[in-house]
Design a protein. Structure first.
Length: 370
């Protein structure tokens, strides 16, 4: 059933005339991609705006064959195709209205890590920006050993952030504007190969997709949506990193920027973000961690006497027992699967446990015992 849903979800992404927003609306109404594809004609009578022409295009055999070939390519090359109903799909990204229906991922990093930070900036990094990448990520690793760093594998700040992360043993994920059958720019192939064993490569684009200009803007929304916060290290007054910062703000995610001298071309964008209160000024890793209140998390005492918990229902006890086995916490989707409790009911139970002072909600839909 899961493989069928994956195939039909991919088919939605390739259906001409549907679009991402249209596909999301259909999924909200029908509940699953399989329901849409297998009952397209019936849905056309029930859903306003779903024309007979579009209904006829859903699930066409030639589209399904292309999608089957894509899944075979993925399996052959160790690539995972993630759809929103998968536990491994980035939970932070799932919350965004324009989240991709399918992601192609190759790597070993957890896309639902407790702390995820996106680092972006100009393609024309100066020595100042490169040094910030090195010192900031070195110190961040010391303060948050479990941090995951995300960027776009582009020239400049992106590649320096990836390389600094690798040098300090931080898993780092590159979000690409093309399929996983190629690396752009090609000069970053070696770094990309290293990232597969300490991080990974992620894209919404199937194999055969070129790094066209419009794909980079689409890529930026994933960089912004997959993380808890976006940090801009050097930017001119115009650039892709500022677009990423704006998207992060629209997702109500935290945005930070390193300031620079007022006459420096590649600090002008950061200074302007700070001046307009679109980004918080940050000077080092300690500033950032405190602003995110992640230093408070690390001070929370772990050892509370479990027998002092208030009366718990059978379902609550089941959740608490699972969290006891994993002190760093579990993602809500993992709890849904392991407890066999519907997502809506699980959310209500977790809220009750929070009110009772038993658990704490962390970023990314993760919960842990207090």
């Amino acid at each position: 059933m899961k493989d069928e849903e994956r195939l039909y979800t991919l088919a939605l992404t390739r259906t001409p005339g549907l679009g991402l927003a249209g596909a999301h609306n259909l999924l909200k109404t029908a509940g699953s991609a399989a329901e849409i594809i297998l009952h397209a004609k019936e849905l056309a009578e029930e859903i306003p705006g779903l024309s007979p022409k579009l209904a006829g295009a859903l699930g066409k055999p030639d589209i399904l064959r292309i999608c089957e070939a894509e899944l075979q390519f993925a399996e052959k090359n160790g690539i995972r195709c993630l759809i929103p109903s998968d536990e491994a799909y980035p939970s932070r990204l799932r919350e965004c209205d324009d989240a991709p229906l399918a992601l192609f991922y190759k790597g070993n990093a957890d896309l639902n890590s407790l702390h995820i930070v996106s680092v972006v900036g100009t393609r024309n990094a100066t020595d100042y920006g490169k040094e910030i990448c090195r010192t900031f990520l070195h110190d961040l690793k010391e303060m948050l050993p479990d941090v995951l760093v995300v960027s776009g594998l582009a020239y400049g700040i992106d590649i320096h952030a990836h390389r600094a992360a690798l040098n300090h043993g931080i898993p780092t994920v590159g979000v690409l504007a093309h399929g996983l059958d190629r690396i752009y720019p090609a000069v970053h192939k070696h770094t990309a190969a290293e990232m597969l064993s300490c991080g990974g490569l992620l894209t919404e684009f199937p194999s055969g997709t070129n790094p066209d200009k419009q794909n980079f803007v689409k890529r930026n929304r994933i960089v912004a949506g997959i993380s808890d916060a976006t940090i801009v290290i050097e930017s001119a007054v115009k650039g892709g990193s500022l677009i990423t910062a704006e998207i992060a703000d629209s997702y109500q995610r935290d945005c930070f920027a390193f300031p620079g001298r007022i006459n420096d071309e590649y600090s002008a964008g950061c200074n302007e973000l700070i001046r307009q209160n679109k980004a918080t000024l940050v000077q080092n890793a300690e500033d950032f961690v405190k602003a995110m209140c992640w230093d408070v998390e690390n001070k929370v005492p772990r050892a509370i006497q479990r027998q002092l918990f208030p009366d718990l229902s059978e379902e609550e006890e089941r959740i608490v027992n699972l969290l006891k086995k994993q002190p760093e916490g579990k993602q809500i989707n993992t709890l849904v699967v392991e407890c066999n409790i519907a997502i809506n009911r699980m959310a209500g139970i977790l809220f009750e446990l929070e009110m009772k002072g038993v658990i704490k909600a962390l970023a990314g839909g993760v919960y842990r015992l207090l």
